[in-house]
Write a protein that binds this ligand. Sequence first.
Ligand code: NAP
Length: 291
Amino acid sequence: MKLIDGNQIATDIIAELKAEVSTISGRKPCIALIRVGEDPASVSYVRKKEKTAAEIGIKSQIILPPITISHEELAALIEEQNNDDTVDGILIQSPMPKQINELLIFRGISPDKDVDGLGTMNIGKIAQDDETGFISCTPAGIMALLARSDVDLKGKHVVVIGRSLLVGKPVALLALQKKAGANGTVTVCHSGTSNLPEIARHADVLIAAIGRPEFVTKDMVKPGAVIIDVGINRVDDDTKKRGYRLAGDVDFSAVSEIASQITPVPGGVGPMTVAMLMKNTVKAYHQRNAS
Ligand code: NAP
């Protein structure tokens, strides 16, 4: 069994981006990072994005509206960033407070700055195999992990468990694309799937994005399958100082005995997300400069 080391692959991508950005003379790429309120997880995610941007040489503009901001005020703030020529990418951290319609906010980001890839245009471009679009960061990270682990999906049965807009749906579309590295035969499972373990057992590549700790057990996996575990779940654990441990959607210790390659949690898909956000920001910079 080979461990797919997301930390190492993300570090490699960040180093490649740093080298690329160092060759840019004049204005450097810039990302606007918008965080509404003080949710501790969001504070830590945005800090990590700011730190990685700085490491690469990408400028970040941090915007911190109060938790009481109205939907209309937030939409106006996004519009200001859309119109700011010095901003190449816009990221608005989820979750947003309940008065905000997230989907409308994502749609309001100009498609050429939508580096989180959650707007209608960029999701649509995945379906059209259009390479000018921005692929949302977690699915993009999964595809990069597979490519850099020499997993070619052509002729393979790819089973995705989960159909969220954030992970399951876009990664299924990406695996299906008619292009090098993809060309998979894709099945998507969800809570309405009746024979899920049986379908999972037929997967050459199994992508679990469910949000249920250790849902995928050894008996659901074909020996030799490649396993991508997207899940990040907190499980109570009194033996840990913080009172919980992080678990993926896959029973790692048992499944790793029969998988050919597998991502750990943490240290698999997670670190890729920020790296892909930065990659999208550099791409947005080049595309905007070329147009
Ligand atoms: P989500 O929006 O809650 O979607 C979960 C999907 O799993 C849904 O499609 C749901 O089906 C399906 N599902 C839930 N229970 C199921 C069951 N018993 N049988 C079959 N399908 C089931 O979650 P998400 O945003 O995709 O995230 C999934 C996991 O990945 C979470 O643990 C999240 O924390 C993690 N995540 C990690 C990263 C990262 O960077 N590594 C990024 C994003 C998310 P229905 O559609 O039928 O409800």
